[in-house]
Structure formats: C-alpha cells, structure tokens
Design a protein around this ligand. Structure first.
Ligand SMILES: O=c1[nH]cnc2c1ncn2[C@@H]1O[C@H](CO)[C@@H](O)[C@H]1O
Ligand SMILES: [Zn+2]
Length: 365
C-alpha cells in the first residue's frame, strides 16, 4: 500500500464521502418525489399517487418490469411536469443539490429538449432554463461540483439533427455533448447518422445509448458507423466475450476494439436490473469487464426510477464484488478521463479533487 492508495474495503460512509464522477444521469429520471407532486399540482397533471413516499414506490415498482419499454413509460409523469421554465429550472437546481450532497464532484446530466416544448417553450428556452438551475445550484455549492448538460435526441423521433445543432450552438455555455436515448430495438443509431456526421465535422462529443436492450449490432453501429465517443450502458459487449471453463477469456473483434481503444462504458447496474439487461448486481457484466480492464465507469441512469444514487451504486458494487477504495478511485478516474470536458479541466479535477479525496480516505486507515 502506498500513501495515496488503499486496498481495503470502504465503509458506506467512506463511499458517501469519496469524490464521485457521474457521466450518465437523466434529468427527467432524477426528480424528487415531492417536487413532482408540487409541480403536478401547479400544472394540473394527474399522478398515480399523491404522497411522496407512495409516488417514489410507484416509480420504483413500475420501472421494475424487466422491460425497457415499460420502464420508459414512467417518464410520462416526470416529463409532463417539466414544461415551463421555472419548473425545469427547479428540477435542474435540485438535481445539482442532490448530487453535491451525495459527494459527486463532476456530473454530465442529460435530457431530451424536444420533450419539454409542450407548454410553448422553444428548444433554446429549455436549455436556458436547465442552465439557469445548474448555475444557481453550482454557485450555491461554492465550487464543490462542476456540472455540464448533454442534449439527448429521442431515437424514435426525427429531431436529432436539430438537437445536434442545438448542442453545438450551446457548446461552451454549459452543454458538453449529445446523446440518443429511448427504446433501442427497432431504432438503430444509424437512423441518426446525419446528426452524428454533423457533430464529427463540428469536432463535438457524443455518446450513444447502445447495447442495453439490444445486442452487439447496436454497439457496432454506434462505434463503427456513428463514431460514438462513449457507450451508454454497453453491457451487451459481454456477448462478444467468451469465458472458458478453465477461466481463460477470449475477446471477439468488437470487444477487443472497445477495450483497445479505451472506449468508455457508462455502466448503470441498478437500471440494468430493472430493465432485465442483467439478473443481479453480482451477475452484472461490470464484474468481468472491470477484471478485464475495459474503461468501466459507474453511473446512476435514473435516480428516481431506480431509487439510487452514486453512493448506492458504488456501495452495491462494494458489497457484491468486495471492491476497495483503489477500485472506486479507478472507476472515478476512468469517468473523469472520459468526460466531455477540455483535457486541462479534466486533469485539474483528477489532480485537484479526486486524487486528494481518495488519499484523505486512505489516510483514515
Ligand atoms: O436507460 C435508458 N435507456 C434508454 N432511454 C432512456 C433510459 N433512461 C431514460 N431514457 C430516456 O431518455 C429520455 C431523456 O432523458 C427519457 O425521457 C427517457 O425516455
Ligand atoms: Zn440512460
């Protein structure tokens, strides 16, 4: 053991206090239950439950269906109450407050602007409202957390080019990249090839939800046709890896490419169990992929639907795999290296925040 690392298994309190980096978290999947109730009352949206605990339970149960499509239906209620500037700004502000309280030091938060125009907002006004909420909360947190937006286009819709242009227009003003999300089967990433090609010409960054509810062809398209910088989930890359009875491992060409190129996997264990992409945390491919040193990152996906947090995700991994502070530090540095932030800013967070934070925990013995 060196002075700055620790090979002991942390306590839950240490996981909470450890600096954490979050690359995959949906703004409309992380509302506080009470906020949904308040906003629904303001805009007259009927909810399936009317007190905060019952509503939280409804989301968790409804999302627990084993199907991505059914999981996504729960977003009807969160998106419905995020249709005005003040409502969106409040959700964005509270998101940052909740992440900061959970020990997150850097986060990229995504949502689909096209889903927030029912109340008459323009796409630009939606992005501005989110940014206002982020700015207020990051200022209040006194620099303890840095937050960027990722703009998502819905893969079953046809607005990806417009959203890609919006991401480029807002680059440097709080937006760090682009994504596509929604039901995966039947909506391959190549459907949005023009948007991805445009972003590449603009030297922009993007990630693609791929290999969650659909397998290798989706991952292959996302990387080799669309040029994704990172993979949202990417769990099905496991289908291209063979583990023999003697424990030896063979990577197929796609899995080898993903590992060799250090393509970041935005893994979201709790969400994957709800949508049926993995049977349990202990059986989640993150264990093998970590052992094989893919560039694995740990994420929440939807804190409301999965009743989760960065601390809860990491703690579940500690319990299932016996991960040490060194392992959590590795996930965190992997994530920070993979962020859509300029290199010098990534380095400043790794050297100025992540490493000292883990060193302080290691010194606790
Ligand atoms: O795990 C997921 N896979 C695919 N799509 C998702 C997931 N979580 C959320 N969304 C979709 O992304 C939209 C914008 O944030 C959400 O409204 C939801 O439909
Ligand atoms: Zn997601």
């Amino acid at each position: 053991m060196t002075a700055t690392t620790d090979a002991t298994v942390p306590t839950r309190d240490q996981v909470l206090r450890a600096p954490k980096v979050l690359l995959h978290d949906h703004l409309d999947g992380g509302l506080r239950p009470q906020t949904i109730i308040d906003l629904a009352a303001e805009c007259g949206h009927p909810l399936p439950a009317d007190d905060a605990d019952a509503l939280a339970a409804w989301f968790a149960e409804s999302a627990d269906s084993g199907s991505l499509v059914r999981y996504l239906e729960t977003f009807d209620h969160t998106v419905a109450v995020m249709q005005s500037g003040p409502a969106i700004a409040r959700v964005a502000r509270e998101c940052v407050e909740d992440l900061a309280a959970d020990g997150v030091v850097y986060a990229e938060i995504r949502y689909a602007p096209e889903q927030h125009v029912e109340g008459g907002l323009t796409l630009d006004e939606v992005v501005a409202a989110v940014q206002q909420g982020f700015d207020e909360a990051t200022a209040a947190a006194g620099g303890r957390i840095v937050v960027r937006q990722l703009l998502t286009a819905m893969r079953h819709q046809a607005r990806s080019m417009e959203i890609a242009e919006l991401a480029v227009a807002w680059r440097g003003r709080g937006v760090a990249g682009f994504d596509i999300a929604g039901a995966e089967a039947g909506y391959p990433p190549t459907r949005h090839l023009d948007a991805f090609e445009y972003l590449q010409r603009e030297n922009s960054h993007f990630t693609i939800h791929a290999g969650e509810a659909f397998g290798l062809p989706s991952i292959w398209q996302a990387i080799q046709w669309c040029g994704a910088d990172r993979l949202g989930h990417g769990v099905r890359i496991i289908d291209d890896i063979t583990v023999a009875d003697d424990g030896s491992v063979e990577l197929g060409r796609l899995a080898a490419y993903v590992r060799d190129k250090r393509i970041p996997l935005e893994m979201c264990p709790a969400s994957n169990i709800q949508t049926g992409a993995a049977a349990s945390i202990a059986e989640h491919p993150i264990g093998l992929l970590t052992r094989l040193r893919f560039r694995v990152t740990v994420n929440t996906d939807n804190r409301l639907m999965s009743g989760t947090s960065m601390t809860a995700e990491m703690w579940a991994l500690v319990e299932a795999f016996g991960y040490t502070l060194d392992d959590l530090r590795w996930f965190t540095i992997n994530a920070m290296k993979s962020a859509f932030l300029p290199f010098d800013e990534r380095l400043a967070i790794i050297d100025g925040v992540v490493k000292p934070g883990y060193a302080a925990l290691a010194a606790e013995g």
